[in-house]
Design a protein around this ligand. Structure first.
Ligand SMILES: *Cc1c(COP(=O)(O)O)cnc(C)c1O
Length: 373
């Protein structure tokens, strides 16, 4: 049985009439930059996140970049982020001229190890970027305490976490600002690239809006040097259709994750992801740790038509682009181990029980083969 890692055709086919209607609306409006479609989407997301300001942008990456630019983080500054995350988290720090300082992660829930982050603080540290990896919030109380002590700005990388919660608070409402992504594989997946910066700070929001459009206060008069980080009205209109389904998507992802947890936990060599009961995990990915057979398992699943992915096969502190000439790369043992052992399996909302059983059956066949013989 074929089980792709993600099945967007199935998800979008169900919404075809509403999506077509949204497309027709934008087509007829003739407005392809800014305007009411973007504003209405921004309002919907800001209400969902529970902050007063939302700025639609061109991607999740640009949301992080814009946050750093608006906070005026640059050369000479250090920003702490996890090493075990998607590249954009740290890439944006380097792009504004600041230095990403990598912290290790929790071996069980995969999020930033705040105690390790604390050891990496220097007088140059200006900000910390906790990532709510795979859809589960980082330990934000610990992050907030550290930030308060050292006067750091907290930028949440909530690219994978729209709808996730932490002790009743929503992902994206806990830092000074938060970056969201609507890359097609995210829980709210768009039709191309899109993102959003959410913030409770009005001043920061105003600055980010300015920077989103070349820093221009009015057209052709530039107060600051910004960029083109705009969200398309077409993308906003289509995303607004899918936003209405987000809660039901989350519910289905949770059901699938619960089913996996009940069936996969006992398999030889499997470590299930830790789920903190005070955090509303939205399961952007279902990521397991597997013993030394991880790569072989991936191949075996592929041979059975089952998709999987390695998020992430090389931690950021070990990436060539961050290597400093002559310097020994830092060791982050947990991040390195996670890069060796993690594998993400299909958890998308439209999975059928038969598909889930096919994934579980194939994993069991491969992993328990040694035990049976
Ligand atoms: C997807 C993602 C991003 C970047 O979002 P894009 O929309 O792809 O630019 C940043 N951080 C994390 C953790 C992500 O998963």
């Amino acid at each position: 049985m074929k089980v792709p890692l993600l099945d967007l055709q199935r998800q979008n086919a169900e919404l075809a009439p509403q999506l077509t209607e949204a497309f027709q609306r934008v087509l007829k409006s003739g407005r392809f930059i800014g305007g009411p479609e973007v504003e209405s989407f921004e309002t919907s997301v800001s209400q969902r996140v529970g902050v007063p300001h939302a700025i639609g942008v061109s991607s999740g990456t640009d949301a992080i970049l814009l946050a750093l630019m608006a906070l005026e983080i640059g050369p000479g500054d250090e920003v702490i982020c996890p090493s075990f995350t998607f590249f954009a988290t740290a890439g944006c720090v380097a792009r504004v001229g600041a230095t990403p300082v990598f912290a290790d992660s929790c071996p069980d829930c995969f999020n930033i190890d705040v105690a390790d982050a604390r050891r990496r603080i220097t007088p140059k540290t200006k900000a910390i970027i906790p990532v709510h990896l795979f859809g589960q919030c980082a330990d934000m109380d610990a992050v907030a305490a550290l930030a308060r002590e050292h006067g750091l700005a907290v930028i949440e990388d909530a690219a994978q976490a729209l709808g996730a919660e932490y002790k009743g608070r929503r992902a994206g409402s806990m830092g000074i600002c938060a970056a969201f992504s609507f890359y097609p594989s995210k829980n709210l997946g768009g039709f191309g690239d899109a993102g959003l910066l959410a913030t409770r700070d009005g001043e920061l929001a105003a600055k980010a809006r300015l920077l989103r459009d070349h820093g221009a206060e009015s057209r052709y008069f530039h107060r600051r040097i910004g960029g083109n980080f705009r969200l398309d009205p077409l993308q906003a209109a289509l995303l607004s259709v899918k936003l209405e389904r987000l809660d039901s998507y989350t519910e289905s992802r949770r059901r699938n994750a619960g089913y996996y947890a009940s069936k996969l936990g006992g398999l030889d060599g499997v470590k299930l992801p830790a789920v903190h009961p005070d955090r509303g995990h939205i399961w952007n990915q279902y990521t397991l740790r597997i013993d030394s057979r991880r790569n072989a398992l991936k191949e075996f699943l592929a041979s059975r038509g089952i998709g999987s992915e390695l998020y992430y096969p090389r931690p950021l502190h070990a990436q060539e682009c961050f290597a400093r000439p002559g310097a020994v790369p830092p060791r982050l043992p947990v991040s390195e181990q996670l890069a060796e052992e993690c594998i993400s399996i299909p958890v998308y909302p439209e999975l059928t029980r038969e598909q889930l059983d096919a994934v579980i059956g194939a994993a069991a066949e491969f992993l328990d083969a040694g035990t049976l013989s």
